[in-house]
Write a new protein. Structure first.
Length: 331
């Protein structure tokens, strides 16, 4: 099976769409709206591709093109599992753990975190050996270039993970900083079980992998001292897997946050706004106090008041489906 990064030339050709969703394709995706055959459904694209890899009845000659339309760890590993199934099934455990770390901020081991950081780093880090080559390329061309470079790097990448330290060293330091702060109680965590809400207060923005590891809720209210002025920075996010069409992880009903944003804006005297849309917004982030461009701002509201308002809104606010996040086909 041949991998080709998605482009318009592939639009009308039969193909397997792995991880993401593209037109005229057989879906092997965990993005919402997918039509993946039920027997292959799983929480990550990598797990889906591994199920296909383990299915001896699957006809690989039927559709010889495998494609994806975005770059991330789960996508890279899903493509690898689809194109090189014999190798992939021998590394199932580490591949799935790395994919969960990348897509869901879910920590299991340092090794899996390092693999995710290395794969992301090859595409996005200034320390990537490909950084100079892809600097002048558009997004699709850069994504496709790194896909091809990594296509034969597994399983050597995790078997010799220390050779890639320049790509995972700083990310691991960053997440360990948050791990240490949670363990030292520099971050306080209050769990409100009726709403499955975790409220985190701390001296800086916690790493999302640490939030997933140390909080039990399905909704997170994250607060820390504003880095730019007196006041507090706030962000509300749903569980980091809740954007996906999951099988093992529970489905989460989202609540529309616009009414709460309006209410808090009427009370807040800080230098920003409560926003439901902002630049750089994460897949499951739904509410933030910041400047309109997404830069930090300081809210005047106490954490206790925001917590109580959010708790009430989670109980009474209008329910909405989590937004579909399938990437648009790269141009």
């Amino acid at each position: 099976m041949e991998f080709r990064y998605y482009n318009e030339k592939l639009a009308k050709k039969p193909k397997l769409s792995v991880d993401g969703i593209v037109p005229v394709s057989l879906h092997f995706s965990h993005f919402k709206g997918n039509k993946t055959p039920p027997r292959y459904k799983a929480d990550t694209g990598t797990e889906i591709a591994l199920k296909v890899a383990e299915d001896s009845s699957f006809d690989r000659n039927r559709v010889p093109i495998c494609t994806n339309n975005h770059y991330d760890t789960d996508g890279v590993l899903a493509v690898w599992a689809m194109c090189l199934p014999e190798d992939a099934v021998l590394s199932k455990d580490i591949a799935v753990k790395a994919a969960e770390c990348g897509d869901f901020n879910h920590y299991t081991t340092d090794e899996a975190f390092k693999v995710d950081a290395a794969i992301e780093g090859y595409r996005n880090s200034p320390n990537s050996p490909y950084a100079a080559t892809i600097a002048g390329l558009d997004t699709a061309a850069a994504d496709g270039y790194v896909y091809q470079k990594l296509s034969h790097m597994f399983p050597d990448l995790w078997q010799e993970i220390n050779k890639h330290k320049i790509l995972w060293d700083h990310p691991l330091d960053d997440v360990n900083k948050s791990f240490d702060a949670f363990r030292a109680k520099s971050f306080s965590v209050k769990e409100f079980w009726d709403e499955w809400l975790s409220v985190v207060e701390g001296p800086f923005a916690p790493h999302p992998v640490a939030v997933d590891r140390f909080c039990q809720g399905r909704v997170f209210l994250l607060s820390h001292l504003s880095p730019v002025r007196k006041g507090t920075s706030f962000e509300v996010a749903y569980a980091y897997y809740s954007w996906a069409d999951t099988v093992q992880r529970e489905k989460i009903e989202w609540v529309e946050m616009a009414p709460l944003a309006e209410k808090l804006n009427n009370q807040d005297k800080g230098d920003g706004k409560w926003l439901t849309r902002w630049a750089g917004q994460g897949d499951t982030a739904v509410l933030r106090y910041s400047k309109p461009d997404g830069h930090p701002a300081g809210s005047s509201l106490p954490v206790a008041d925001v917590t109580e308002a959010l708790r009430q809104h989670l109980k009474t606010g209008p329910k909405v489906a989590a937004p579909a996040t399938a990437p648009e086909p790269a141009q």
